[in-house]
Design a protein around this ligand. Sequence first.
Ligand code: GDP
Ligand code: MN
Ligand code: MN
Length: 240
Amino acid sequence: MQGYLIAGLPIIKQGDDIASLVKSLFNFQDGDVLCLASTIVAKSEGRFRELEDYHPSSRAAAIARNTGKDPRFVQAVLDESADILLDRPFMLVQTRFGHVGVNAGIDQSNVGADRILLLPEDPAGSAERLRARLGKDCAVIITDTCGRPFRSGVAGVAIGWAGIAPLRDWRGVRDLHGKALEITLEAVVDEIAAMANMLMGEAGDGTPAVVFRGLQYPRSGESSVFMPEERDVIRPRLKR
Ligand code: GDP
Ligand code: MN
Ligand code: MN
């Protein structure tokens, strides 16, 4: 397996054609997995907002008092949320497309002063559109750096993907001693996203695109890594 960091991308602006840009810098082959930081996908899709455009509700003002955040930023998070899991000491919410993250994944770094950057509205759709334009049979994973419950430190996760099944199903496969595995679903898109995120860096590296070649990845099976609410045992306890 090889991993390639795509260097040389510009600062992405609304309307920039990311598929063309990465194709001009990298020769894709069938089976490659292209990982893109959600940041550049969001920028190309014009997901910038100005804080001054948000008018905080009384709810946003109350949450702002508990979190120490700008009430306009809190309002932006509320606008992007389908469900609020925690509203103190920070906001942990579910986005409309199903991902659970702090502040709905809204970024203030690598963006510019007083601006915020929302996550792509539909990262799976973005991944599918990008994949269709690569000209090869590749997988696309859109990543974001996230904190994890129960663990210190951030890591990359997949928030949208195309051309790859997110979970590898090991159920029924025999272990070293011949015992069939019962419940193991492996979150391959998150594992790949974590490695890509590590290669991308978090600061001024300017490398938001990584390609893995020679990875064996599943193409069919379960369609999402987002835990369905009816099977989630943590969420109801957080919310009570
Ligand atoms: P996130 O993890 O998707 O929130 O993205 P980050 O803000 O952590 O950025 C990931 C990587 O992409 C870092 O190496 C940044 O320097 C780089 N990056 C962010 N925006 C741009 C951009 O517009 N152009 C380029 N070339 N790199 C960027
Ligand atoms: Mn981010
Ligand atoms: Mn990051």
